[in-house]
Design a protein around this ligand. Structure first.
Ligand SMILES: [Fe+2]
Ligand SMILES: [Fe+2]
Ligand SMILES: [Fe+2]
Length: 420
């Protein structure tokens, strides 16, 4: 298997850029929180560099639940009003979708006051308490002059914060001058360096990226399995066409990331129970450009071009560049076909799922009219039954996870009400 098409640093940058597209403020907050946590743990000296990177990544993603809850009113509102909603969704994403599910409690409890910790079981209280301090340091710096007193941390020691965590922050500050590095922006290069130096396993990187993509798809029941379906179909088709192993990786990542730009598309448009009007269509189509904005300059160009050409047509009638067949290679064509198959196979707000014959007819028509690759379409049509049934188990599992997350959210939220 081709290793390192996506490096650990690429993964870090993709997460960062995606959060930035959602909200620059929340991305910055995550990045700074991740940095402070990293420096605290480094000062403590108990973890390997790989573990430091992993915790720093969790720090960066600690407010990832915001993808589901939205961020009206900005960071301060998210972090001070109804703090359980994003904590719980973040926890559920980590628990059910990520390669660090054992550490999900760190996110679940990042707003829980220290004095309540002793009543609850959590294998990661130490890290949770460090994260809580790192998180609040950044929020505090942003709110200075907005009502938080200077001695806020001291006054709340062992009530809101663990005094051990505060002590560690002070030690880290003395050793690394964290606050100065935040002011000058030097911390950004340090974060880049940390992720350049470590090597997450292929499985781990895939796991994190899948979590990010599914979290975006889970915003709407319309898109729950779309990226998964596109990826599974694309890899299946690529295998049937016997593309070389390295190309399978390109197809996999290109398909997985193709709709990452949908993070910026409003739910009302994703869920419109009708065909979109022209203005809505323009916004919807912009997801490809946003995908490009997130990925360009970060990942391998071959993966990028697969991801951002999934709506191009061989006859030049597609978007966003209106390329033609000569400019579209096999891997790009495969993901375009897989994307169409995923859309036809799934139920949408404006249509029911089609039966297999109807899917075949529509795809054949698209191939005959010069829109999609006839060779790939032929392979898909003659293997349709196996392509679809290979996907069914994964689809059911993912829908199961989605439903579990929604159910668990209600249950945990009720439980957290007592802490208000
Ligand atoms: Fe938070
Ligand atoms: Fe936060
Ligand atoms: Fe798309």
């Amino acid at each position: 298997m081709a290793i390192n098409i996506i490096s650990s640093k690429d993964l870090y940058n993709i997460v960062k850029k995606t959060l930035e597209i959602m909200s620059k403020e929340i991305m910055k907050h995550g990045e700074i929180t991740g940095y402070i946590l990293y420096k605290m743990l480094q000062t403590e000296g108990r973890h390997s560099e790989l573990e430091l990177a992993e915790y720093s990544m969790i720090g960066m993603m600690h407010d990832i639940g915001v993808i589901k809850t939205g961020h009206n009113g900005g960071l301060v509102s998210v972090e001070t009003k109804n703090v359980w909603a994003h904590s719980i969704y973040g926890y559920l994403f980590l628990r059910y979708l990520s390669p660090v599910s054992d550490k999900a409690n760190i996110v679940l409890y990042h707003h829980l006051p220290y004095k309540l910790h002793s009543d609850i079981k959590n294998d990661y209280w130490r890290i949770t308490e460090y994260l809580t301090v790192a998180d609040k340091m950044d929020v505090y710096m942003r709110m200075k002059g907005h009502g938080m007193e200077q001695d806020y941390f001291v006054k709340n020691a062992d009530v809101t914060f663990s005094s051990a965590a505060l002590k560690l922050f002070n030690a880290a500050q003395a050793k690394y001058n964290i606050l100065e590095k935040l002011k000058t922006g030097e911390y950004e290069a340090e974060m880049e360096e940390l992720f350049s130096n470590v090597r997450f396993s292929e499985k781990y990187k895939k796991g994190f990226l899948e979590m990010l993509i599914y979290a975006i798809d889970f915003r709407s029941h319309q898109t729950v399995v779309h990226s998964l379906a596109t990826t599974t179909f694309a890899v299946n088709i690529a295998r049937l066409m016997r593309v070389p192993t390295e190309d399978l990786q390109i197809v996999y990542y290109g398909a997985l990331l193709h709709d990452i730009g949908k993070i910026a598309i409003p739910l009302e448009i994703l869920e419109a129970p009708r065909r979109l009007n022209d203005e809505e269509m323009r916004i919807m189509k912009a997801h490809v450009m946003i995908t490009e904005r997130i990925l360009r300059g970060i990942i391998d160009d071959r993966v990028l071009e697969v991801a951002i050409r999934h709506h191009e047509k061989l006859d030049g009638s597609g978007y966003h560049r209106g390329l033609n067949g000569k400019e579209l290679n096999t891997l790009q064509r495969i993901v375009a076909v897989a994307d169409i198959l995923s859309a036809l196979y799934g139920k949408r707000s404006y249509k029911e799922a089609f039966d297999v014959q109807k899917i075949k007819d529509i795809m054949q028509e698209d191939a005959d009219s010069g829109k999609i690759c006839p060779k790939i379409t032929g392979v898909v049509i003659s293997n349709m039954q196996s392509i679809l049934s290979n996907f069914e188990k994964q689809r059911d599992e993912t829908i199961g996870v989605y439903e579990t997350i929604l159910d668990q959210y209600e249950i945990i939220y009720k439980n957290f009400k007592q802490f208000e």
